[in-house]
Ligand binder design. Structure first.
Ligand SMILES: [Zn+2]
Ligand SMILES: [Zn+2]
Length: 213
């Protein structure tokens, strides 16, 4: 399994490309922007993108979705509870001062417990509302262990903000405790921005997760 993660877009959202080395089938997680850079990576990997998935629909995570879908013809998926935010793309774009991001044709088919499959790449969907109502995390079993793509739900020593549209501070803590901290301590967490971490490290040291509730 090839897992490539790199910052893309105006706020440095971590975009990941997951490739089955045998079939070259691939899934792209959070193409936040910098379409040309993402395209170059896909070409260098020789990957065929079968699916584009999003941890949530804040503009910095969906900025390159439309051109990537046009290039690949792949299905682009969100959680339906984030569709209202996707409809707000012009407002979101203005808020961070970027030209209005083009809209892709997105399916609201990321539901809890579903798997998104491309060749041997099998991405599990966990609905983790809080940062946004339709925030999800993805799990991927690799040869070197479980990888979690946490979007803006969980960061190294921090958690996602909940003061934007539909954010919910109690919900994000419930999501992290019940959906993420139940995973193996060794699981590597690819966060939405900044460095990766592990479930165990966050369980032990994340200041937002200390108080029992
Ligand atoms: Zn966000
Ligand atoms: Zn973000």
């Amino acid at each position: 399994m090839i897992v490539e993660t790199f910052p893309a877009g105006p706020l440095g959202c971590n975009c990941s490309i997951l490739v089955d080395p045998a079939t070259k089938s691939a899934i792209v997680v959070d193409p936040g922007g910098d379409f040309e850079a993402i395209r170059a990576r896909i070409e260098a990997l020789g990957a065929t993108v079968k699916a584009i998935v999003h941890t949530h629909t804040h503009v910095d995570h969906v900025g390159a979705t439309a051109p990537l879908q046009a290039l690949t013809g792949a299905v682009a998926s969100i959680h339906e509870a984030d569709r209202f935010l996707y409809e707000l793309l012009p407002v979101q774009s203005a808020m961070i001062g970027v030209p209005t991001v083009a809209k892709a044709d997105v399916e609201g088919d990321l539901v809890d417990g579903r798997a998104v499959v491309a060749g041997a790449v099998e991405l599990g969907v966990l609905h983790t509302p809080g940062h946004t109502p339709g925030s999800v995390c993805f799990t991927l079993q690799t040869e070197s262990g479980l990888v979690v793509f946490a979007g803006d739900t969980l960061f190294q020593r921090s958690i996602g903000r909940t003061d934007l549209w539909g954010g919910d501070g109690d919900a994000i803590l419930r999501s992290i405790r019940h959906k993420l901290l139940t995973l193996d301590d060794a699981a590597r967490v690819v966060t939405g921005h900044g460095p990766s971490t592990t479930i165990g490290a966050e369980r032990r040291t994340n200041p937002f997760l200390r108080a029992p509730r």
